[in-house]
Design a protein around this ligand. Structure first.
Ligand code: NI
Length: 149
């Protein structure tokens, strides 16, 4: 672990009170951990803005499987984008609705294009892409080393 740096932050009292309420609600053990998470989120969001940054994330879709040919269309699209789609989890939510969580990995721009293509299919009721991390090509290669498995 890198050595810790201590910083002082000037913040107005009302804003700090609201922040403390938020971190209590989210059950953070300390303000420091909450600040660190905010900074990590901001760095991921900023890095992901560049279309070439390698990222990993999840795409969540909710759709009605009874809509004509919708499941087929979504499956065909996932095959088309097999280089970006790592895995998919399908949950039969209730009689009519399905939930899919799709793990996506690739360049930020490609990941967004694939997400938009799936979310915009007619009959998809809800879709959300979450970029969880920025991956480096070397990490990617190590993660697939046969020695690790
Ligand atoms: Ni289903």
């Amino acid at each position: 672990m890198d050595p810790l740096s201590r910083i002082g932050v000037a913040i107005d009292a009302a804003l700090l009170t609201r922040f403390d309420q938020l971190i209590a609600k989210r059950r953070y053990p300390s303000r420091s951990e909450a600040f660190r998470d905010l900074i990590r989120d901001a760095l991921i969001a900023d890095g992901a803005q560049s279309a070439k940054t390698p990222v990993i994330g999840t795409l969540t879709l909710v759709y009605e499987h009874s809509v004509r040919r919708l499941s087929d269309k979504l499956t065909a699209l996932q095959h088309e984008f097999h280089a970006i789609i790592v895995s998919a989890l399908h949950v039969h939510l209730d009689h009519d609705n399905c939930l899919e969580v799709i793990v996506v990995r690739g360049k930020s721009g490609d990941v967004r294009r694939v997400a938009d293509a799936l979310i915009s299919v007619k009959g998809v009721r809800h879709g959300q892409l979450t970029i969880t991390g920025i991956t480096s090509p070397s990490q990617h290669a190590r993660g697939h080393s046969p020695k690790k498995h």
